[in-house]
Ligand binder design. Sequence first.
Ligand code: GLN
Length: 312
Amino acid sequence: VAEDRRLWFRETVRRLHDDIRGVAEGAPADYIPELANVEPDRFAIAAETIEGDHFSVGDCGHRFTIQSISKLLLYGLALETHGRDHVLERVGVAPTGDSFNAITLDEHGNRAPNPMVNAGAIAVTDLVEGDGLHERVATVRRMYEQYLGHQPEPDRAVWESEQATGHRNRAIAYLMLSRGIIADRVEETLDLYFAQCSVLVTTDDLAAIGATIANHGVNPRTGEQVVRPDVARDMLTVALTCGMYDYAGEWAFTVGIPAKSGVGGGILGIIPDVGGMATFSPRLDSHGNSIRGVRVFEELSDRFALHLFDPD
Ligand code: GLN
């Protein structure tokens, strides 16, 4: 039966890739000027189980910037380094219903709403340890290396493009500085935030990252414990409730898989105790989520009963 299901899954993914590749709605993000230069019709689907069984279709080796999917990993790093209470004092866990780049804090104005929107991610980035940008970049590099199994590489053009134009993120960061949520090294923290968003990944990489989180923080390829199991659990919870921005409620309802999207066009989905699933297509909807990616996840969740609350 397991083998049948495996073959059925592969055949379905191939067919879905064929069916959905023609979807031409949406467009790549252009509020970061350099992102408008991506090839809009690249499309990939990848999956990796916690046993290391890997399967992918389409442009799965094509590299794109991880963008907001980094928020999930940085949140894990902050929890691992500082513990839950310290992080919760600065960043809440409530979904906002606002867009990912909203200039808002939580209802009391003392915390960022959640770590999956820009405010929360910048506050989490503030918690990255190290003396100066160079050391803090090294801390983030090590984290990526543990997930990827190789050195991360930034897309310098995207990094610089966001440094030059990321004024909205600056507004969010200075608002948080004024409320004492982050430390007085705002430009450095923003630079680090832009750097981690510009890291290049493939759809295959994302599926592997998902497999690590699904495996309670142990990278199945290396055997290394990247984050503690309790941290992986907290990452999964915020991914489910906040990972798809203001589409998170609908996503939890229809797809029911903890996930994180990025404006680079990637979506990372995590099926606990099973593995990671990822899509890449840079045509985005109004929430900033990949249109083809959302379609793929909806179909696969439905056909393979992957919703968390589906009966076994
Ligand atoms: N770097 C992007 C930004 O801060 C990430 C946003 C995203 O992927 N939603 O605007």
